[in-house]
Ligand binder design. Structure first.
Ligand code: FAD
Ligand code: PYC
Length: 421
């Protein structure tokens, strides 16, 4: 087992570096050459893969790990998402998983000694049809039974929480209330990836960027290693954590997944003065919005209606999203949009993730987070690490196994998934 390396930063090094015009900073993590063999290879240096490596090392003492990444760490959906964190899910098993994660976010900066800027500013899910109102009220009762604090907000309370929302009863989609989770919020997405990467590196994990997995080697139904663009790497266990590319990887391992991959995009406006200090999701009109520390409004809509691997998204979707949001937030009508981007998300039929063993001995998958996995980064890594270490899922991960699709044990989260409903 590799020895834990000493933390490389102190108040003195911060002061020294700031006075030397930022010369001579130590790298936050190493860039090691791949070794010939590891106990565990994780494919994908997104938040989930890096968190998995960190908890494998920290909680299970497994440090001979490589996290291999085809691009740069955090360059997938982790660095492309709109950073919403909440745990207002309907089913008990989801509530346990997402609340575990939300709770870990509360202390993640201290845990990693890295400021991930967790901001529990509150998340409001608007109800704009009678159907949606009933659905969120049902979720509210379920979350309270699961000891997760949410409030039902009537229209007046919605206006109090978020004065810029148009609550005119004559609107095409009037605001009938909302599900309010005051301890939901946001975190800085790439800081989450960087924090886990640095902490995993300190525990001896090799994070290897620019290293694409191109094949998965098996012998007698068991994984033996991976082929990569930087050579073959042997491993005892393999974790596939590649979000929208999951089906490509499992094809290499010889089995199929119940997933579709679709683009999801987001955009930001020009920066404006603070006007929105919470996160609002308006799923009937398919739009959501928050304001970044820079003042930009961070905006997103639903998924594109076709399968693709393009990491961009269609133009008409931007128009639909912005048009819909203008009705709910009239003050944004003359704002200019600054930039747009997309990611590829992997969606399951029940809108719940998969954390599981697979038909290939030693291969584990963590996927199907669809449009909503950023909020689960910590919990996902925590449970997936336990699953890989023990060869069996822990209690929180157990319901999310792959065989639920064969056995008909769906975990329906089409309301909570919101964006991918
Ligand atoms: P990723 O961060 O995508 O990491 C997977 C990595 O695998 C990538 O870096 C990729 O390069 C790498 N990879 C792929 N194939 C290979 C290969 N063959 N070899 C090596 N490496 C490979 N979720 C929320 O909870 N809240 C939100 O507000 C939210 N907003 C979103 C907005 C948008 C526009 C998008 C696209 C997603 C959003 N999500 C949100 C979803 C969230 O981003 C994802 O569920 C989450 O980031 C997935 O993390 P990950 O680590 O599994 O995947
Ligand atoms: O899951 O909360 C979410 C979300 C918001 C935007 C995209 N996904």
């Amino acid at each position: 087992m590799a020895a834990k390396r000493k933390p490389r930063y102190s108040i003195f090094s911060l002061a020294r570096n700031s006075m030397s015009h930022h010369q001579g900073w130590e790298k936050a993590w190493r860039s090691p050459e791949p070794k010939a063999e590891y106990d565990v290879v994780i494919v994908g240096a997104g938040g989930h893969g890096l968190a998995t490596a960190y908890y494998l090392a920290k909680n299970h003492g497994i440090t001979n790990i490589a996290v291999v990444e085809k691009g740069w760490l955090g360059g997938g959906n982790t660095g492309r998402n709109t950073t919403i964190i909440r745990s207002n899910y309907l089913q008990d098993s989801s509530a346990a998983l997402f609340e575990l994660s939300r709770g870990l976010f509360e202390t993640l900066s201290q845990e990693l000694n890295y400021n991930v800027m967790f901001s529990p500013r509150g998340v409001l899910m608007l109800a704009q049809t009678e159907h949606e109102k009933r659905a969120w009220q049902r979720t509210h009762h379920a979350t309270r039974l699961n000891n997760i604090y949410t409030e039902w907000a009537d229209t007046e309370r919605v206006k109090e929480i978020c004065p810029i929302i148009n609550t005119d009863p004559g609107a095409r989609f009037p605001v009938l209330g909302g599900l309010w989770q005051p301890r939901g919020g946001t975190a800085r997405h790439d800081a989450v990836a960087w924090g886990y990467a640095r902490a995993a590196d300190e525990l001896g994990v090799d994070v290897i960027q620019q290293c694409e997995v191109t094949g998965i080697d098996r012998e007698g139904g068991k994984v033996t290693g991976v082929q990569t663009t930087r050579g073959a790497i042997k491993c005892g266990k393999l974790g596939i954590v590649v979000a929208g590319n999951t089906s490509r990887l499992t094809d290499m391992a010889g089995f199929r997944m119940p997933l579709e991959s679709v683009p999801l995009q987001a955009l930001v406006s020009e920066p404006i003065k603070p006007c929105l200090d919470i996160v609002v999701m308006a799923n009937t009109v398919h739009g959501y919005m928050s304001q970044s520390d820079k003042g930009e409004l961070v905006i997103g809509g639903g998924t594109d209606g076709y399968n693709a691997y393009t990491q961009r998204g269609s133009f008409q979707h931007i128009e639909e999203t912005v048009t819909a949001l203008v009705e709910t937030f009239p003050i944004i009508s003359r704002l200019r949009m600054l930039r747009q981007w997309g990611g590829i998300v992997d969606i399951t039929g029940d809108r719940s993730p998969i954390i599981s063993k697979t038909p290939v001995d030693g291969v584990f998958v963590n996927c199907g987070w669809g449009t909503g996995g950023f909020k689960a980064t910590c919990g996902s890594g925590h449970c997936f690490a336990a699953t890989i270490a023990k060869g069996e899922p822990d209690d929180v991960a157990a319901p999310f196994s792959l065989d639920r699709f064969a056995e008909g044990r769906m975990i329906d989260e089409s309301v909570a998934a919101a964006v991918a409903h």
